[in-house]
Design a binder for this molecule. Structure first.
Ligand code: PLP
Length: 470
């Protein structure tokens, strides 16, 4: 790459222009990609050229050929999965993160990155109502946040049995039972699979009609295990948005001498809204927590967050050095001690910028607004004949079922799938399909900072149009 000043400023200036043009027009784009697999492979592929290509041409060409393969998930009418956009301040901080190109592994490699993590960590613990002394790591996403938290749990439970799992591994180790709600997110199982705890060895506890883990069933499961276990609960079910009753679950878990992990990838953000705090009541009693910043906080990928009540367990599970964790006031914090990686992106700059730009009230507004818009979806759709909302809309998630005749479940499944497919083709908005407790449905997640009432109304109109033809 040329280090010529003019070349760089031309390149980055033009790139900023391309990015700005994209964001200015994302609202008017079809939400779905305009190129198929074969086209993308043809346009983007081919042999690696022998010689260099002029850098501005590379960027212009990349933007041109990748463009039709982009999903407008940064825009206001993408309601698939649980996907946020990027707040402008967070996006700008992300650009700086790349330009600064800090290695955020150690304090000495980037004091600014290390301290920004420290500060953002404190703000996050405060927002979520988690213990002030908890340790925090900035991971790639919620999957690795859960991986990290469950590694800390594994450490603590085995240390309690006199077994040093980091040194000796799991061969010959005492059993560590794992108990999950039947609706645990698939990434909890993925984390368990990577930790040698097994994705299918878990004890699954039944849930209620909204997907909430049943504390009575948990007590029974823990009682019959007769030894400390790792319990995984969740704040925010990906389908219904429902919260496990965390206070009761924490009590049952601790009565059994066990470790409670809470997956709050998006639901934990409800704590930012004073009137919604009852939903997360008891979350602060858990032992570890997962959340994402790249979903509801609306920072660019990749931004997950893990917090652990016992910093010593967290440190022991993640550190690269065998040295004991000694907390000493004023000592520098090395980010790599709290996450699975060594060299890493300085992830907290975006989180810091997002939180500062919103402030407490802006964050509460963002979360509250998404929930209000989800209720708007539900109310308008429920008023349509043959449309049923399957969940209690307590958060930002709405499950929409399209019936096809009284008592004909199979036809309702068929029609629901047809409507989802038609809406996805139509392109005004995007929502995914799901199956909720045996019923096919459309899943709508309102997680983007820029979504407005008009976006919801336009989207409802598109859904109703498609349903009328399906
Ligand atoms: C999205 C999600 C995850 C996984 O998060 P990633 O950031 O994709 O790794 C885990 N749990 C829940 C409840 C989620 O919604």
């Amino acid at each position: 790459m040329s280090t010529n000043d003019d070349a760089i400023s031309t390149l980055l200036g033009r790139t900023a222009q391309i990015a700005t043009d994209y964001l200015r027009t994302v609202d008017g784009r079809p939400v779905v990609p305009q190129a198929d697999l074969a086209e993308l492979r043809r346009e983007l592929g081919g042999p690696l050229p022998d010689g260099p290509t002029e850098q501005l041409a590379v960027v212009e060409e990349l933007a041109r050929v990748a463009g039709p393969g982009l999903v407008a998930s940064a825009g206001p009418r993408y309601f698939g999965f649980v996907i946020g956009g990027a707040l402008p301040a967070a996006l700008a901080a992300d650009w700086l993160t790349s330009a600064w190109d800090q290695n955020a592994a150690m304090y000495s490699m980037s004091p600014a990155a290390a301290v920004v993590e420290e500060v953002a960590a404190g703000w996050l613990l405060d927002i979520f109502g988690l213990p002030e002394g908890a340790s925090v790591g900035f991971t790639t996403g919620a999957t690795m946040a859960s991986f990290t938290a469950l590694a800390a749990a594994r450490h603590a439970l085995l240390a309690g049995e006199g077994w040093d799992v980091e040194r000796r591994g799991l061969f010959g180790a005492p059993e560590v039972p794992v108990v999950v709600g039947d609706e645990a997110h698939v990434t909890i199982h993925a984390a368990l699979q990577m930790l040698g705890l097994g994705r299918e060895r878990v004890v699954r506890v039944p849930v209620d009609g909204q997907g909430r883990l049943r504390p009575d069933a948990l007590r029974e499961a823990l009682g019959s295990l007769g030894r400390p276990a790792i319990v995984c609960a969740q704040a925010g079910n990906v389908n219904t948005g429902a919260f496990d009753p965390l206070g009761e679950i924490a009590a049952a878990t601790h009565d059994a001498g066990s470790w409670l992990h809470v997956d709050g990838a998006f639901g934990l953000w409800a704590a930012a809204v004073p009137s919604m705090r009852p939903l997360v009541e008891g979350a602060g009693d858990a032992d570890s927590w997962t959340t994402d910043a790249h979903k509801w906080l609306n920072v660019p990928y990749d931004a997950g967050i893990v917090a652990v009540r016992d910093p010593a367990a967290h440190h022991a599970a993640m550190t690269l050095s065998a040295a004991y964790y000694v907390e000493s006031a004023g000592a520098e914090r090395d980010p790599f001690n709290w996450v699975p990686e060594s060299s890493r992106r300085a992830r907290a700059f975006t989180v810091y910028a997002a939180l500062r730009s919103l402030g407490r009230s802006g964050l509460a507004d963002l979360v509250e607004r998404c929930c209000r818009l989800a209720r708007r979806f539900a109310e308008q759709l429920a008023a349509e004949p043959g449309v049923r909302i399957l969940n209690e809309v307590v958060l930002n998630q709405v499950l929409v079922r399209f019936e096809a005749g009284e008592g004909n479940a199979a036809a309702g499944d068929e029609r629901s799938r047809r409507v989802v497919a038609a809406v996805q083709r139509e392109g005004t908005m995007w929502a995914g399909g799901t199956t909720w407790q045996g019923q096919a449905a459309m899943r709508i997640s309102v997680s983007n900072w820029s979504t407005t009432e008009q976006d919801v109304d336009r989207s409802v109109a598109a859904i109703v149009r498609c349903a009328g033809q399906s």
